[in-house]
Design a protein. Structure first.
Length: 430
């Protein structure tokens, strides 16, 4: 599935995955036992005047060839006599749909960002050869390794101040205006881990899996395709793609990681950039579209919180998991994501069922061990002073604890009130 298919959902309003998740002539029933192959959908659907705002197929255009350099950093033709012009395919109608700026050239992008064209090239790594920083010092990111809760290490790539300011503008004035799929709940305004868990309350069975290397697996070409589908010219989309992706210096990967390091050697979404969650959600739009459609055909519910995918259903769904799971694998593979092999779980009603840290057996609730741990911290703050419990040296420890209590209150009011009563007895001068 190409990312241009995402535009099809935005234009036609079919963002909920109402179409069949299978290719032409392919069917699957919850009770069937025959093997079903999913065909890859057309990456450039034919749009007709009856159901779209565009009358032409959505295809990457051929660049115009001109004799005079059309804008700064334009590319020469192979014979070095002329120039390519990738700025002539701006779609004002699509940009106007979400009130996005009509940017076509590198000069337009730089002016809109409030920087010079030279600084735009510097921040996007245009001067690197071959478009990758040779050392950590030359990179526009800080690289931090953190330990995963279940073992292994994760690389966090945090943009430096100048690039972060540029990415913040792209996020607030472009990406925040584009709606994510209704099944996506991570890093979406108005949605949370609670809204992600609510569709799975009181279900007979949960099927949970994780996407491996979720951010690094989103490549530069996929990010460019997102900006192209919004209506930006090929030239402008390329600059936005370079500003929001990065290539990790090899020296930054010396501590090692369980992840496939090849993803880091190409341009990818950096986990730690403000634009990455929104772009990751948009890159997974077609994945959400297909998986939600597949889930409905099996009478199941589907949600995704970043890289955490959850399906749930009744007894019929439980009996059909052997047929359902291979189809899920096919769709995820076709959409160029990978399932983490060690994080596929099936949880029945007789077990504790939790979705992104929220217990869902009978209603949304906080996990008992999480509640007990927070209660112990608050009790020790009362007895020995809050400084004795701030082991991570948080500068706003009181606000941190208050936020954790608010989270408990959103899931269980009674338990939240108990924690709040203990919190009110803390002497913050100690």
């Amino acid at each position: 599935m190409g990312l241009f298919s995402w535009l099809w959902g935005l234009i036609t309003g079919k963002s909920g995955g109402s179409g069949s998740p299978h290719g032409p002539g392919q069917t699957a029933t919850p009770t069937g036992r025959s093997r079903v192959r999913l065909r890859r959908r057309r990456s450039t659907p034919r749009l007709t005047p009856r159901n779209s705002v565009a009358t032409e197929p959505v295809r990457p255009p051929q660049a115009a060839v001109v004799s005079i350099r059309p804008y700064r950093f334009a590319r020469r033709t192979p014979n070095l006599r002329n120039w390519f012009d990738f700025s002539g395919d701006v779609n004002l109608q699509r940009l106007g749909r979400f009130q996005l700026p009509p940017l076509a050239t590198s000069d337009d992008v730089a002016r809109w960002l409030g920087i010079t064209t030279g600084e735009l090239a510097w921040l996007s790594g245009r001067f690197w050869e071959p478009y990758a920083p040779a050392t950590i010092q030359q990179a526009h990111y800080h690289f931090v390794w953190i330990n995963k809760r279940r073992g292994g290490r994760r690389l966090i790539e945090i943009p430096k101040a100048r690039l972060r300011a540029v990415q913040d503008r792209i996020l607030r004035q472009i990406l925040d205006r584009i709606p994510a799929h209704s099944a996506a709940h991570g890093f979406v305004t108005g949605r949370s881990n609670r809204s992600n868990a609510e569709p799975h309350v009181e279900k007979n069975v949960l099927l949970k899996l994780d996407l491996r290397n979720f951010y690094p697996s989103v490549s530069f070409s996929r990010v460019v395709a997102i900006f192209r589908s919004l209506g930006f010219s090929r030239e402008a989309a390329g600059w936005f793609g370079r500003l929001t992706t990065t290539t990790t210096p090899k020296s930054a990967l010396t501590p090692g990681t369980e992840a496939d390091q090849r993803n880091f050697f190409r341009r990818h979404l950096p986990q730690g950039a403000p634009t990455s969650p929104a772009l990751a959600n948009l890159s997974a739009f077609v994945l959400d579209l297909r998986l939600s459609g597949l889930a409905r055909s099996f009478h199941a519910n589907y949600t995704r919180y970043a890289d955490d995918i959850t399906f749930s259903g009744d007894e019929r769904f439980r009996r059909s998991i052997a047929v359902f799971l291979p189809l899920v694998r096919q769709i995820i593979s076709q959409e160029r994501f990978q399932i983490h092999p060690g994080k596929l779980r099936v949880e029945r009603r007789s077990q504790r069922q939790s979705v992104t840290g929220v217990v869902v057996n009978s209603r949304t609730n906080i996990r008992r061990d999480v509640y007990d741990r927070l209660k112990a911290i608050l009790t020790n703050c009362v007895r020995f002073g809050p400084s004795s419990q701030n082991r991570d040296g948080r500068p706003e420890f009181a606000s941190h604890l208050r936020g954790r209590i608010a989270h408990v209150q959103s899931l269980n009011v009674v338990r939240g009130e108990k924690l709040l009563e203990i919190y009110s007895r803390i002497d913050w001068s100690r």
